[in-house]
Design a protein around this ligand. Structure first.
Ligand SMILES: [Zn+2]
Length: 311
């Protein structure tokens, strides 16, 4: 086993590590390793060796309204559909640290929400001679690790598996609009109070924001991940929120729009949580699903943690 620091994806100071373990426990209501209690009760359940990567993928896709998507970025990034599963790791990013943790856990199947090779479709032609790419793909091949990206499918679940996961961790599900979960009506809080709440529920050290900390916020538009400036700005125009809470932005798009809206006199602010913080609870949705559908497979959530630090 690697050290606790590395289990969280990177070497980090102890206080950060404790926060992460707390975060995961709070998110899934169990420890870092969630192995279903059904396992010991089951008499007729097949061993994990009986399941292949393709079977788990097909089972998830069969539950998505509309079924198979084409095109989709949710392809195998390494390994094959026929790989017999020894264990599964769920994560936001299949980083080299996460891959090493999977190896230590005896897991050969990683289900990641985001790309493995630094671009949305995971094109690798342009990386063929890149040393970082070569190191990573060699590590995967040596240890026969399969990686499946579950991005489009989990977002197509009704309700969206990622949005539900994060809303629950934020304690905001009860305030969410029944038809459009991304619109949340909070009891009036100041922007500052909202930011404190989000930081503590999602265990974020710092967020970036645009706006007046004393501004009253009731109508919240929540867009996790990196939806892009056009989507974020179009959604602001349609929903007319007091605050957009999002995963990440292009600095020259949404932040500038909100700044101009404020100058015009609109009651609007922006909170940028960070991409991973805004979607990581969606991975715990995946973990719960696995424990229900494939209780004999050991499944573990390994946080990929934030690549960016703040000084
Ligand atoms: Zn996402």
């Amino acid at each position: 086993m690697r050290t606790g620091e590395e289990l969280n994806g990177e070497r980090r100071p102890a206080f950060t590590r404790r926060k992460f373990i707390y975060n995961v426990s709070a998110g899934i209501g169990a420890g870092l390793v969630l192995t279903s209690p059904l396992m010991s009760l089951a008499t007729n359940i097949r061993s994990a060796d009986d399941y292949t990567v393709g079977q788990v993928m097909d089972e998830f896709i069969s539950e998505v309204p509309g079924g198979v998507l084409s095109p989709t970025v949710d392809t195998l990034k390494a390994g094959s559909r026929d790989t017999k599963i020894t264990g599964i790791v769920t994560t936001m990013f299949a980083t080299i640290a996460v891959i090493r943790n999977a190896i230590d856990l005896g897991a050969n199947f990683i289900i990641a929400h985001e790309p493995t090779f630094y671009n949305h479709p995971d094109d690798t032609d342009w990386l063929k001679d890149d040393d970082v790419y070569k190191f990573k793909i060699n590590l995967l091949n040596q240890h026969h690790i399969a990686i499946w990206r579950n991005h489009d499918y989990i977002h197509h679940m009704k309700p969206d598996g990622v949005t539900i996961g994060t809303l629950e961790q934020l304690d905001w599900r009860k305030y969410a609009d029944k038809d459009t979960l991304n619109i949340i009506t909070l009891p009036a809080v100041t922007l500052k109070e909202l930011i404190h709440h989000a930081k503590s529920k999602l265990n974020i050290d710092r967020v970036r924001y645009v706006g007046d900390p004393l501004q009253k916020c009731t109508r919240v538009l929540f867009i996790p991940g990196a939806a892009g400036g056009r989507v974020q700005i179009d959604s602001i125009r349609q929903v007319k929120p007091d605050v957009l809470v999002c995963g990440e932005i292009q600095e020259w798009e949404t932040a500038e729009y909100v700044r101009d809206a404020l100058a015009k006199g609109d009651n609007l602010s922006l909170v940028v949580l960070g991409h991973i913080a805004s979607e990581e609870p969606g991975s715990t949705y995946m973990l719960k699903w696995l424990s229900e559908k494939f209780p004999s497979i050991k499944a573990t959530h390994v946080p990929s943690s934030n690549s960016l630090s703040f000084m």
